[in-house]
Design a protein. Structure first.
Length: 271
């Protein structure tokens, strides 16, 4: 009697549950839930993308307005009677003119780190301080003026200005500290953000709820170095397009994964 081969019909004797897992057909309920969740996520992702596109347009219009202001006659400083109701968000970075008398004993500093200037450019950067001195206007009101930036080693050697001055500058709203901002030291008049209210309190003054950054004269680099409107515009980020592309890319990826998964789930499992 011939012997039966040992490997004959071995595949047929393969235990159940072994081998490569095959996709299981999705039930109607599971498909509905998955579709609703994916649709919701797509709406959110696309909404964020379109919101970034809208913000990109707003930021570009804002930067264009600043560039146009730099080429026009500065607006007069708002009257003190309007300060309490002034929309500082809308007025921020407005180019203005003012005149008054310096209060040299009322000076504070704001520590800052500016980007290092590019080779060949007439600019300053690195660690230093903004020098903020109070100015009494002709109407008796007080405004804090950021006279400009000075590198840390030069700060102590720069005297506060005296006498009368006529200035062109940029109105700036207060700056909010973040979780990494060091605590200010009002006793030494040492701050780390633009804080008109805090600086005025440290100087024992009642002052405007904003600061004015003195505008740099073309080609002038005498310390402290005032604000250059072109450099200021260049430092304002406009990264909304990459953010929009990121959100739209995530939405497209999610849609692709959903389609592949559903197609695979609709195939019946081979027995």
């Amino acid at each position: 009697m011939a012997k039966r081969p040992r490997n004959q019909n071995k595949a047929a004797a393969k235990p159940a549950g072994t081998g490569a897992a095959l996709p299981r057909a999705l039930s109607a309920g599971s498909l509905l839930v998955l579709t609703l969740l994916t649709a919701t996520a797509l709406v959110v992702l696309c909404g964020l993308g379109f919101w970034q596109v809208k913000r990109m347009g707003e930021k570009q219009a804002f930067l264009t307005r600043l560039a146009e202001q730099a080429r026009t006659t500065p607006a007069p400083l708002p009257e003190p009677a309007r300060w309490a109701g002034l929309d500082l968000d809308a007025a921020d970075l407005t180019r203005i003119s003012l005149a008054g008398t310096w209060l040299p004993q009322s000076t504070a500093t704001v520590r800052v780190a500016l980007p290092e200037p590019k080779p060949g450019t007439r600019s300053v950067g690195g660690f230093g301080r903004y020098l903020v001195t109070a100015m009494r206007l002709d109407n008796g009101a007080v405004v804090l003026v950021n006279r400009g930036f000075a590198p840390e080693p030069s700060v102590a050697a720069l005297p506060a200005p005296t006498g009368r001055a006529d200035l062109v500058g940029i109105l700036r709203k207060s700056e909010k500290p973040n979780s990494f901002t060091p605590v200010a030291n009002p006793a030494t008049r040492d701050f780390h953000v633009r804080d008109p209210k805090g600086i005025a309190a440290a100087l024992n003054l009642s002052a405007a709820p904003f600061l004015v950054e003195a505008e740099r004269q073309p080609g002038a680099l005498a310390l402290p170095v005032g604000t250059d409107i072109a450099e200021l515009i260049a430092r304002i980020p406009n990264n909304h397009l990459p953010y929009a592309l990121t959100w739209f890319g995530l939405a497209a990826t999610l849609a692709g994964v959903f389609i592949v998964f559903v197609r695979a789930g609709r195939r019946p499992r081979d027995e």
